[in-house]
Design a protein around this ligand. Structure first.
Ligand SMILES: *Cc1c(COP(=O)(O)O)cnc(C)c1O
Length: 360
């Protein structure tokens, strides 16, 4: 039986990518050595690094005045690196909180400087995202930080946030590459790879070059974006395997028609699932408000929460894995990133209607 893996991250990788990685694991491009065994300074790895970088640049249409960096430390290390690099004394970091990851980001930023929550949807249980017009920014803001898709809560911005010239910093860990975005609206975008770009252990940072000039001297080298920008992402040994896989994922995305092509499929996949929630007569209850629904993480509950364990067990036995919601919020969550096949969503909605009929 095919297993459909709804895990929120590390999450499914495209099957053709895993197959190619398997085929090449002992010998990268016929060199007789694994990509994991060769020097990160070698010609062969240079090609791998360049492939990953140019893949991201092509797919996201990243202009020349932006650098694409590969770091380690996960998405979460960026919660610290962003303020260390960009939050000058006397300025504020403005934070827009629409879920659990944004909350963590502002908490870390507060350790370095004046981090200010300028908007939070905590009062409605993180079910919504603000309209652009609802936001107003501090006059002394060094940057505005937001989370384009809140992975745990399942809410997603449908627009690129604008802040009237204040640099916009975006945690796009769980929806980068899921749809076209306008990079020029951002000063810095970061994403841990393990949701939608590759394996865990590598973080992509896309940063506008002029921001590099604002970075204070004296930061630890590996916490300073300039070290990565000046050394081709290699001030030290990078995650070579992770970067290799990112390159393969980019090529797979090209074959899917790029981010515009994959967006179409993502919309279709999510619609199947949200329609199932909406047509269940309240047996299943979606968490996010309609207009904020994430295309990547579909969060929901059963009206009778006592049935949730049973539902998850039955799903598991049908090869539908990883549906339990994050431990902090409970309920269910179907993570359906780029690599997740529509057939898996269809199997899930079949179970939902059958389960509701039997237990309704
Ligand atoms: C998963 C996730 C993170 C944390 O990523 P790590 O790689 O575990 O540090 C941060 N932000 C968002 C939006 C995420 O989904």
């Amino acid at each position: 039986m095919d297993i459909f893996n709804f895990s929120s991250g590390p999450a499914m990788l495209p099957k053709p990518v895993l197959e190619q990685a398997r085929d090449e694991i002992m010998s990268l491009g016929g060199i007789g050595m694994s990509v994991m065994e060769i020097s990160h300074r070698s010609k062969e790895f240079e090609k791998v690094l360049h492939g990953a970088e140019s893949g991201l640049r092509r797919l996201l249409n990243v202009p020349d005045n932006y650098r694409i960096l590969f770091l380690q430390g996960g998405g979460a290390m960026q919660f610290s690196m962003v303020p260390m690099n960009l939050l000058a004394p006397g300025m504020t970091g403005d934070y827009v909180l629409t879920g659990a990851w944004g909350e963590k980001a502002v908490k870390e930023a507060a350790k370095f400087g004046n981090a200010k929550t300028i908007y939070t949807s905590v009062a409605d249980g993180f079910r919504s995202v603000p309209e652009q017009e609802e936001l107003s920014f501090s006059s002394e803001a060094a940057y505005v930080h937001y989370t384009s898709n809140e992975t745990i809560d399942g809410v997603e911005f449908k627009y690129d946030l604008e802040a009237g010239g204040i640099p916009v910093v975006c945690d796009a860990s769980s929806n980068i590459l899921s749809k076209p975005i306008d990079i020029e609206k951002y000063a810095l975008i970061y994403a841990g790879a393990q949701k939608n770009i590759g394996p865990s252990g590598v973080t992509v940072v896309i940063i506008r070059e002029d921001l590099l000039k604002r970075i204070p001297d004296g930061l630890p080298a590996l916490m300073d974006y300039r070290s990565f920008a000046e050394n081709d992402s290699m001030p030290n040994t990078p995650n070579t395997w992770g970067i290799y896989l990112i390159g393969l994922v980019c090529r797979w995305l090209d074959d899917q028609g790029g981010v515009a092509g994959i967006e179409k499929r993502n919309i279709e996949k999510a619609a199947v699932l949200y329609n199932a929630l909406d047509s269940s007569d309240g047996f299943f209850i979606g968490h996010a408000k309609r207009e904020a629904r994430s295309l990547m993480n579909v969060t929901f509950r059963l009206r009778d929460e006592r049935l949730e364990d049973l539902f998850i067990d039955e799903a598991e036995s049908l090869g539908l894995s990883g549906l339990r919601g994050h431990r902090s919020v409970g309920g269910l969550r179907a993570s359906i990133y780029n690599a997740f096949p529509k057939a898996g969503v269809e199997r899930l909605v079949e179970l939902m209607s059958d389960f509701a009929a039997r237990n309704g």
